[in-house]
Design a protein around this ligand. Structure first.
Ligand SMILES: Cc1cc2nc3c(=O)[nH]c(=O)nc-3n(C[C@H](O)[C@H](O)[C@H](O)COP(=O)(O)OP(=O)(O)OC[C@H]3O[C@@H](n4cnc5c(N)ncnc54)[C@H](O)[C@@H]3O)c2cc1C
Length: 196
């Protein structure tokens, strides 16, 4: 099951962004309200580069390889993903889309994955390297990764992947990212929303 945990975030991110931004504007003001108002104005003006001064690191678990493939297309984020070359992934479950589970063939998906997993285990036991045995695993097999992202890129990812055009799994991920970031830095994220 998808689990998104905020591992680390820039300390006092809104004040930090505002402090950096004031070097450019030489604007006066201090205190958390002035900082938050400034960050909201910067976002309104589209002066988003200052958001790059704050970062967040997420641990994402229980996502499918299909979803991870989409997420890692974001070139300005940094990733570490669990290696199927080195880690025995026989205990990983399958992410089953609701549409598949609800279809008359839903049970077949679990059955198919059990067979694939069993074959994987037998191949590894027979001495086939994990990096080769993994080829029999489907794209729905779960993985985990760490993503480090600056606030500008986080807004970009949430905007694109939280839209109704994005797939349900990455949309759910965008929603969890938005929840975490809005809690930590409301002024930088409160204007965003993720489609239901
Ligand atoms: C609904 C949806 C459907 C998609 N369908 C497909 C598909 O069918 N096939 C497919 O291959 N991909 C697909 N994608 C992935 C998409 O093409 C992008 O690769 C992915 O969303 C990353 O977006 P990005 O390049 O804007 O973001 P990032 O890589 O996160 O980059 C952020 C921003 O930085 C700037 N930037 C980054 N690198 C460069 C660069 N080299 N030059 C100039 N500016 C740069 C751009 O402004 C970019 O928007 C889909 C994405 C979505 C949201």
């Amino acid at each position: 099951m998808l689990n998104v945990e905020l591992l680390h975030v820039t300390a006092e991110p809104i004040s930090h962004i505002a402090r950096c931004a004031r070097v450019s504007h030489r604007s006066e003001g201090s205190g958390s309200k002035a900082d938050a108002d400034l960050v909201r104005r910067l976002i309104g003006w589209g002066h988003l580069s200052v958001l790059e001064f704050a970062h967040a690191t997420f641990l994402v678990q229980g996502l499918s390889r299909a979803c991870a493939n989409q997420l890692t297309r974001h070139r300005l984020a940094s990733f570490v993903q669990e290696s199927q070359r080195y880690v025995d992934v026989a205990d990983r479950t399958l992410v089953v889309p609701r549409a598949v589970a609800a279809s008359p063939l839903g049970a077949r998906a679990e059955e198919f994955y059990e067979q694939a997993r069993e074959l994987y285990e037998k191949l590894v036991a027979a001495g086939v390297p994990k990096e080769d045995a993994r080829y029999v695993l489907p794209i729905g097999a779960e993985t985990r990764l760490v993503m480090n992202v600056n606030f500008r890129e986080a807004r970009h990812i949430i905007g694109l992947r939280g839209s109704r055009h994005a797939q349900w799994e990455i949309r759910a991920l965008a929603a969890r990212m938005l929840e975490c970031l809005t809690r930590e830095a409301p002024a930088a994220f409160e204007d965003l929303e993720v489609s239901a």
